[in-house]
Design a protein around this ligand. Structure first.
Ligand code: PLP
Length: 336
């Protein structure tokens, strides 16, 4: 298993927090929707993106949003990051910016992502191909040869926690000039570093581990400036930047991300092992179990196995509902 970068814990606390120059050991909320310029020359430089400065909060050119983005960059070890009002906002801007030549989605993915890819993007004449994990090796090379512009994947996937080889998929994509984009929500940056494995862009639903307290909705995309620029343009004109209040709350939450995710990962391993012994549980899907079909790949690729565990319960839908209704500590709610 790979080593977690030591600086991650430090960066989660400190990255971006000096950027406002207030001296406050937190990310202050600057609520302004707009910002004034010293001169028309300065305005022209900032509007053209040649000079860094505050401009208009919908553009993301707001000090609180920028401070959050410095933290998001540090999380995935990327040179740049964009913050969004939700994970779906981050995904849709990324697909619109880079997926118009066609998108291959590998394996299962969050339901909203599947709906966007399977039903809505085709309405805009964007070709999308939803591959089963079992079809990957057979179908991906042909689809790439046909000229699609993006391979998108979650790993581990939602909900079946299937694990895919990021390095191999990114290599295949690059041979044909396509981008490899990874939704790293399930693993979190604490347990997996897709950019180090060759991915071009990483997307997050920050509503999940990055936020961590079920009190905010946000998203993020990390990667190099030249790939983020077209995504920034879609974010700007679709109005998808987060509010400064949400940005500050997310920056606050990220401070504790490594501590939370490490503990959640350790707890999930224990729960997964215990569930294997529970009568009525037919199958436990967790990348850290030797019984997981891609356990060896997960050992190589991940820094920790994550905190999501999927189970299959005897008795079909009724058995599943009965088991869910007997849970005492879990909240039956749509999030991680
Ligand atoms: N990606 C994954 C893996 C998710 O699980 C979700 C939401 O559950 C999303 C993206 C969408 O994120 P949001 O609800 O923040 O829009």
């Amino acid at each position: 298993m790979q080593e977690r970068p030591l600086h991650l814990d430090t960066d989660c606390v400190h990255a971006g927090e000096d950027d406002l120059g207030t001296g406050a050991p937190l990310t202050p909320i600057v609520q302004g929707s707009t910002f004034g310029f010293a001169s028309t020359a300065e305005m022209e430089e900032i509007v053209a993106g040649r000079m860094r400065g505050n401009l208009y909060t919908r553009y993301g050119y707001n000090p609180t949003i920028r401070a959050l983005e410095a933290k998001l960059e540090a999380l995935e070890g990327s040179s740049h990051a964009l913050a969004f009002s939700s994970g779906m906002a981050a995904l849709s801007a990324t697909f619109l910016a880079h997926g118009r030549g066609g998108i291959v989605c590998v394996g299962d993915a969050y339901g909203g992502t599947m709906e966007l890819l399977g039903e809505q993007l085709p309405l805009l004449d964007i070709e999308t191909h939803l591959l089963l994990g079992s079809e990957l090796h057979e179908r991906l090379p042909g689809l790439l040869a046909s000229g699609v512009s993006m391979v998108f994947l979650e790993t581990p996937t939602n909900p079946q926690v299937e694990v895919f080889d990021i390095e191999w998929i990114a290599r295949q994509a690059h041979v044909h000039g396509a981008l490899a984009v990874v939704d790293n929500t399930f693993a979190s940056p604490v347990n997996q570093r897709p950019l180090d494995l060759g991915a071009d862009l990483v997307v997050h639903s920050a509503t999940k581990y990055l936020g961590g307290h079920s009190d905010l909705t946000a998203g993020a995309v990390m990667g190099p400036h030249e790939l983020l620029l077209p995504i920034w343009n879609w974010r700007k004109n679709l109005g998808q930047a987060p509010s400064p209040e949400t940005a500050a709350l997310l920056a606050r939450s990220i401070r504790t991300l490594p501590v939370r995710v490490r503990q959640q990962t350790a707890s999930a391993e224990l729960v997964a092992r215990a569930l294997e012994q529970v009568p009525g549980v037919e199958r436990v899907l967790y990348p850290g179990l030797a019984s997981h079909p891609q356990h060896e790949l997960a050992r190589r690729q991940m820094l920790g196995f994550g905190a999501m565990v999927t189970i299959e319960v005897a008795g079909g839908r009724a058995g599943c509902a009965a088991a869910a209704d007997r849970l005492q500590l879990f909240t039956m709610a749509p999030s991680l």
